[in-house]
Design a protein around this ligand. Structure first.
Ligand SMILES: Cc1cc2nc3c(=O)[nH]c(=O)nc-3n(C[C@H](O)[C@H](O)[C@H](O)COP(=O)(O)O)c2cc1C
Length: 215
């Protein structure tokens, strides 16, 4: 399965089988995390036993009942941390999907129970539930291309493909509060229309757009 196929197959999964992720896949995930941490100057961590991370009533209310494992998205606090977490975290989510695993970005979780290694000056931004889903999730409702993008007439194929994959990106509360603008000089601006976790969303959207635009 390539990245585009994984993007098309991925949906948030909120109910998981109790099965642990196999050791060879754990090793592949850890190797990918090392690579992404270097590229993004982050401290993403795979916590094999999610324990009580998703055991709060609030999570059940949101529909995320449990998960066998979790990725703690940690990094040195900075202006760009949230967006980098979104960008590199989504690369990991797509990679996990190619391994046949399911995921769910989760801003609501038990921060005390996650058991992340958070060093001096670092911040825990968000979690990603990971494991084998009891189902594959469902396709989210989407805004129109014309609502989330702006381009001169006859926009190039690479831009249209980028926008198409950006619409498949997971966003907090499915808010899709972003605008992708193609300028006359063929540069692209990403505009954050602001909402909860919209900086993380922006990184996720850029990751998807780049993959689409480079096809
Ligand atoms: C930054 C972020 C935070 C999220 N937080 C939660 C959460 O706390 N609980 C939850 O059940 N889903 C959460 N989600 C999942 C979104 O609800 C989901 O991505 C959106 O509804 C689109 O659906 P899809 O991921 O299946 O495409 C979050 C997603 C993102 C990107």
């Amino acid at each position: 399965m390539n990245e585009v196929e994984a993007i098309k197959k991925r949906h948030s999964v909120r109910n998981y089988k109790p099965d642990k992720i196999e050791p060879d896949k754990i090793a592949q995930l850890k190797a990918k995390i090392d690579e992404l941490n270097k590229d993004g100057n982050l401290h993403l961590q795979l916590i094999e036993n999610a324990g009580n991370t998703y055991n709060k009533l609030l999570n059940r209310f949101m529909g995320l009942s449990t998960a066998p494992s979790v990725i703690a998205c940690v990094g040195k606090d900075s202006e760009t941390l949230e967006e980098r977490v979104g960008y590199y975290g989504e690369k990991l989510v797509i990679f996990a999907q190619t391994l046949g695993l399911n995921t769910c970005w989760a801003g609501t979780f038990n921060r005390k129970n996650i058991g992340a290694d958070i060093r001096e000056g670092e911040k825990l931004v968000i979690s990603i539930a990971i494991g084998y889903g009891q189902n594959q999730g469902t396709m989210h409702k989407s805004k129109d291309v014309s609502t989330i993008s702006q381009a001169p007439k006859n926009s190039p194929d690479w831009f249209n493909k980028g926008v198409e994959l950006a619409l498949l990106a997971p966003t907090a509360l499915n808010q899709q509060k972003f605008l992708i603008k193609l300028n006359d000089d063929e540069t692209v601006d990403f505009i954050d229309k602001k909402g909860p976790f919209s900086k993380v969303d922006m990184g996720i959207v850029k990751c998807h757009f780049e993959i689409g635009a480079s096809l």
